[in-house]
Design a protein around this ligand. Sequence first.
Ligand code: GZL
Length: 322
Amino acid sequence: MRKLMTVAALGGLVAASALAGCGDGGGGSGDSLTLGFSQVGAESGWRTANTKSIQESAKQAGIDLKFSDAQGKQENQIKAIRSFITQRVDVIAFSPVVESGWETVLKEAKDADIPVILTDRAIDSPDKSLYKTFIGSDFVLEGKKAGEWLVKEYEGQDDPVNIAELQGTPGAAPANDRKAGFADVIKAEPKFKVIASQTGDFTRTGGKQVMETFLKAHPDIDVLYAHNDDMGLGAIEAIEAAGKKPGTDIKIITVDAVHDGMQALADGKINYIVECSPLLGPQLMDLAKKVNAGEEVPQRVLTEETTFTQDQAQEALPDRKY
Ligand code: GZL
């Protein structure tokens, strides 16, 4: 509607073409809302489920979705956002692959009067006027939940606990925050020592390769904390290839709770999973419609999520949506 008013102000001819149903002057077809979405890539089971949720929800909401996969590169996301601006989409949404470097392109969107919604991952800019809302998890809390389980698991034991950590993509909000939340909890007990910490880039391959190097350098690893299930699953392959029992010789904590992670948890190869829901599609579409209509939306929309032990995974698996 906002765009139709602008088009109409440009003169009868243009307004006539708009009224003739040639679209609202935006990139949309007819009067449906056009949403430009830039996705991080396809690096993990979580990402696949997130993409599915967004694409299916757009269809159900009657929203014309222009979807771009950045293959993990910030420059591709910036290009996609500029393309959405040129196409005059109604709303832009994206999951920022890393936290910094977004001010310039988001100012261009703001100058073009196209509202932006952040999904999944946050940006570190203090300028909150660059986006209308951020819908996603509290990654610091997820890291804390992982740490709290470990503290409970080793309660009453004084021996040193050697921890290996597989970090997510360098500079990504979930990697920075899951590391910080976990470290903040375990620092209370000197027995917990992070003896190795390196990025596996949120992928299975990365998790397997880095875990292989960890195992060669540190025969005495007691615990693995992986920032997502996929790196944990890759690490399990390396642990088994080294003749050790994942979940027993090396306790494993991961984040996400995607199907394959939950199966490994139920099978006893992972000990605890902190859920991070990828099912952001329905709420994103609702927010996009509200933002397009000029309605007020909360600056922050927190996603609901829980945690799973091995017993809880057995119970939850049959009903899992991802
Ligand atoms: C978290 C999301 C992370 C997942 C990973 O919201 O950004 O990226 O934890 C994914 O599996 O790759």
